[in-house]
Design a protein around this ligand. Structure first.
Ligand SMILES: Nc1ncnc2c1ncn2[C@@H]1O[C@H](COP(=O)(O)OP(=O)(O)OP(=O)(O)O)[C@@H](O)[C@H]1O
Ligand SMILES: [Mg+2]
Length: 315
């Protein structure tokens, strides 16, 4: 049982895997929270597509918002052919809608039947918000979360549950699902000083995982969801910089801009080092005790090595 909790499921975004010890914990329920247009659907598509194409994991995309046609068309822009995956029965895309309590249970049954018949290991629900809005008056959100949670525990899969966050809102969910979730990935869009739209990701929670605590810039490119490599600085480099330049870096990293130059430099080094350790596994591996043959952490290291080798060969 102990080894089960260490099995990792690659997210489809290799840079993100490096920030969460190789991937999502197996059988976990992950909330993907973000503003309109943040890239929630793109991320989920990549999670399913990479799952099916690279990791042999079947998946189900349950859409309560976009139609199946739009989803397939938009994903094709990244070169991800979901129509083919569906024909090959490696992915199922379900066009669903909820109008009342019975509606939700019926939909959950449909999802469960599809997942069981395919042997799916990945599930996306796009979005939890769309379901709860449809049910607002007919059913207590608590009842709905309970239904969903019970369902997911039975489903034996990694589930990505999308939460739509309205502009200007700072709260995540309604105070129930956030506590039940095993992980929370937060996608934020904002404008920089030149009024360009920028994106950054934070990992707010990932149970059983020493995850990155820093914000990470990402882009939606023609290849899909990409986390940008964070620039790393040496103390000497930072000491040569002016205070406004340091404030800028601190702001981008999401750390406090207060204090004297040396304090600021220390804070920046700390924030970027936290990432450096994870991005360069050779540093930490040297210090780590060699795991016993066949143990879970050994398997994790091996599989993340394999994934990285695959990434290299794809380039
Ligand atoms: N092919 C593409 N190339 C580059 N960027 C793209 C492409 N397709 C979408 N985008 C960017 O991604 C954004 C939308 O991504 P996505 O639909 O994944 O967001 P979302 O968070 O699911 O949005 P919503 O809240 O509306 O459901 C677009 O607004 C655009 O900025
Ligand atoms: Mg979407």
């Amino acid at each position: 049982m102990i080894s089960m909790s260490f099995r990792r499921v690659p997210t489809g975004v290799p840079e993100l895997d490096d920030l969460i010890e190789g991937g999502f914990p197996a059988d976990s329920m992950i909330l993907l929270v973000g503003f309109p247009g943040a890239g929630k659907t793109t991320f989920s598509g990549q999670f399913l597509y990479a799952g099916a194409e690279r990791f042999g994991a079947r998946g189900v995309y349950a859409s309560f918002a976009e139609t199946k046609r739009t989803f397939i068309r938009n994903m094709l822009r990244f070169g991800w052919d979901f129509e083919r995956l569906e024909k090959e029965r490696r992915v199922a895309i379900l066009d669903l809608s909820v109008t009342r309590e019975a509606g939700l249970q019926t939909n959950l049954n449909t999802i469960m039947e599809t997942m069981t018949s395919m042997g799916a290991e990945r599930l996306v629900i796009d979005s939890f918000t769309a379901i709860s809005m449809a049910l607002k008056d007919a059913i207590d959100v608590r009842v709905m979360v309970h239904l969903l949670y019970k369902f997911l525990k039975k489903a034996n899969c990694v589930s990505l549950i999308i939460l739509d966050q309205p502009w200007g809102s700072t709260s995540i969910g309604q105070g129930i699902i956030e506590f039940l979730a095993d992980g929370i990935i937060y996608l934020e869009t904002y404008f920089d000083e030149k009024y360009n739209l920028r994106r950054r990701l934070r990992i707010l929670k990932m149970r059983g995982t020493n995850h990155s605590k820093s914000p990470h810039e990402y882009e939606i490119s023609e290849d899909g969801f990409v986390i940008l490599k964070q620039k790393r600085y040496t103390v000497e480099e930072l000491e040569m910089m002016t205070m406004p330049a340091l404030w800028n870096i601190a702001r981008e990293l999401g750390v406090s801009r207060k204090g004297r130059k040396q304090e600021l430099i220390n804070r920046i080094i700390r924030a970027t080092l936290g990432v450096e350790k994870r991005l360069a596994p050779t540093i930490s591996r040297k210090r780590r005790k060699k795991p016993a043959k066949g143990s879970a952490s050994r398997r994790t290291t091996r599989s993340s090595k394999r994934i990285r080798a695959e990434e290299e060969s794809e380039k």
